[in-house]
Every structure is written in C-alpha cells, then in structure tokens.
Design a protein around this ligand. Structure first.
Ligand code: SAH
Length: 222
C-alpha cells in the first residue's frame, strides 16, 4: 500500500483524522470499507495547490473551469449508497478532479472505473492526479457524459456527480441487470436518487433531498 502520509504530511494526517471523526459523527461515514477508501485516497492530491491546506475541510473546493471537487461528506454518502463490490465495472459521469473516481477504483479492487468529463482541461487534470498516484484501473474520457459509454456497457454501477433535471435515458439503458445508478436530481436543489434496475423495471430505492451540485450540461443548458 502506498504510504500517502510521509513526515512532511503529518499535518494532513491530523486533519484527515478530524474529518473522519466529524463525518462519523454526522452520519455521513458509516462503514469501515469507506473509511479505508478515504484514508487511502488522499484528497489533498486532488485539489489545486493553493487550496491544499483546506483539503480536509468538509467543504467543496473550486477546480478549473468553475467546477468543484465535491464535499467529503457528500462523496462518502454517495459512495456508500452505490454499494461497490470487488470486480465491478463502474461508470462515473463528471470526473472533475478524479477523487471520486479514485475512491470507486479503490473499492472495486480488480474491477474498473470509466469516468467521463466534459472539460478536456479537467479530464487532463484528473489524469495527471491519477497517474501521480499510480492508479491504473481508471480510464478518464473527455466527452459528453449524457451519452454514457455504450461500447463499454453494461455497467454494474453508474454514478452521476453533477445535477441533472432528469436522469439521461442513455445512462439508464447502460445499466446492468440488478445494477444501481445514483444521481443528484433536481433543478435548483437536488435529491440524491438511487435507482435499481430490476426485472420489473427501474425502481427508486433511496431519495434524500437537500443537496446542491454543479449542473450536468447537455445541449439544452450549455
Ligand atoms: N466527481 C468530481 C466532482 C464533480 S463536479 C470530483 O471527484 O472531483 C461535476 C463535474 O461534472 C464537473 O467537472 C463538470 O465539468 C462535469 N460535467 C458537467 N456536465 C457534464 C457532461 N455532460 N458530461 C461530462 N461531465 C460533465
């Protein structure tokens, strides 16, 4: 295992411990696997250099192109809900910094994560972050996530990390049988919405309002 906290990083270590304690207390971090992912995928490697001292604050932080790396609590809740299993094939829409993709790739172990990002500059930023950490089981694709990645489908899990008015049909179509899709759905405020593909069709299994994400762009709102 990569030791992410060398001597000069003891400060990060302390901040990470505080963040983990706070997330456990507020109920956004509830399982050991997720805690281990957060410990092993250092958020400070995914935030711009001038903001590194805030990497373990429980807040979103700005990236390039007016986008944000999501708040740790929210990332933890979403990642717990999507219930990743070893060996799965996952699609993320909205790669941003690559942090969420890296957490998924840790949990999937010998599985694989595809992550689509609309801004080529951000896709390159994420690629560099992942290369530096020697994470190999992620492919970052610059493009429009509304279309998904038909050539690699079906996916066991699909996670959209930008706000959508409704879930793009192409993404539902690319979900495997019994697969889970998670998205923040809504215009101004979003509800985290977890959908399962069953033999009876798509069933909403969880819905929690009260979130705000940057928008998922498409031909109508770009
Ligand atoms: N998961 C990211 C944060 C996501 S912010 C992280 O861990 O850092 C949402 C991202 O979705 C932004 O980077 C934005 O550029 C991207 N995005 C918005 N619309 C998109 C689209 N249609 N296709 C792909 N990416 C999109």
């Amino acid at each position: 295992m990569l030791n992410i906290f060398s001597n000069k990083n003891t400060d990060y270590q302390k901040r990470l411990e505080n963040l983990i304690a706070a997330m456990r207390q507020n109920g956004f971090l509830t399982n050991e696997k997720m805690e281990s992912a957060i410990r092993n995928i250092p958020r400070h490697e995914f935030v711009p250099s001038h903001l590194k001292n805030r990497a373990y604050d429980d807040t979103p932080l700005p990236l390039l192109k007016d986008q944000t790396i999501s708040q740790p609590s929210v990332v933890s809740r979403m990642t717990e809900w999507i219930d990743v299993r070893k060996g799965q094939k996952i699609l993320e829409v909205g790669c941003g910094s690559g942090w969420q993709a890296a957490l998924l790739s840790y949990l999937v172990e010998d599985g694989f994560v595809f992550s689509i990002e609309r801004h080529p500059e951000l896709a390159n930023y994420a690629k560099r972050n992942l290369e530096r950490l020697k994470i190999k089981n992620i492919e970052v694709i610059a493009g429009d996530g509304n279309k998904g990645l038909p050539s690699r489908s079906p996916f066991h899990r699909i996670m959209i990390t930008a706000a959508c008015k409704r879930i793009p049909g192409a993404l539902l179509e690319q979900l495997d049988d019994n697969g889970l899709l998670l998205a923040p759905v809504g215009e101004h405020y979003q509800a985290l919405t977890l959908i399962k593909k069953t033999t009876k069709g798509f069933v909403e299994i969880k819905n929690e309002p009260g979130y705000i994400f940057v928008p998922l762009y498409n031909e109508h709102n770009k």
